[in-house]
Design a protein around this ligand. Sequence first.
Ligand code: FMN
Length: 175
Amino acid sequence: MNSFIELLRNRRSIRRFTEQTVEPEKIEYLKKAILMSPSGKRRNEWEFIMVQDKNTLTQLAGCKEHGVELVAKAPLAFVILADTTQTDIWIEDCSIASIILQLAAESLDLGSCWVQCRLRGQQDGTPSEDYIRQLLQIPDHFAVLNLVAIGYKNETRKSFEDEKLQWDKIHEEKF
Ligand SMILES: Cc1cc2nc3c(=O)[nH]c(=O)nc-3n(C[C@H](O)[C@H](O)[C@H](O)COP(=O)(O)O)c2cc1C
C-alpha cells in the first residue's frame, strides 16, 4: 500500500489508456470516493454522470477544440456538474470532488486526466457546457465544470521529485 505522499508523487495526468475496461468493483470504489468529498455546508450540490458508452465518449470529445481528444479513447469518464441554485461555491466543491476522483483512481493504479469544460467552447463559439448539457440531457440550472477521463495507463509519466518541487512557492509568516 502506497503512502499518501507516494500517491501524490505518482499521480500525473494520463492521456493514453489501454483498451481494458475498468472493473465494476473499481468503479464502485470511485463512486464511493466522490460521494465522500467535502462540500461547503455539506450541500452536496454536485452530481456526476458516469459515461462508458463508446459513442457518447466520442461525442463528449467534441465538446471543445483542444485538450479533449483523450476522452474518445478512454474507457470511462465522469462528467462533473452542479446545481448552481444550491450554493455559490459549486466550483470549489466540484473541483474537490474531481481531485478526489483522480487520487482515488491513482490509488487503484488507474490513470486519469481532468478536462476543463467551464469557460471553454467549440470552434463556432458554442460553450462546451451547452453542448454537454444537450448531449446528456442535463437540466439548465446545472453547470458543467469538467470531465475526468479514467482508464488503465498506456503511457509512463515521471513521478515528482522532492528536489524539483517549487519550494519557493511556500512563504513563511509573510509573503
Ligand atoms: C483545472 C485544470 C484544467 C485542466 N484542463 C485540461 C484539459 O482541458 N485537457 C487536458 O488534457 N488536461 C487538462 N488538465 C491537466 C493539466 O494539463 C495537467 O494537470 C498539468 O499539465 C500538470 O500535469 P500533471 O497533472 O501530470 O502533473 C487540467 C488540469 C487542471 C487542474
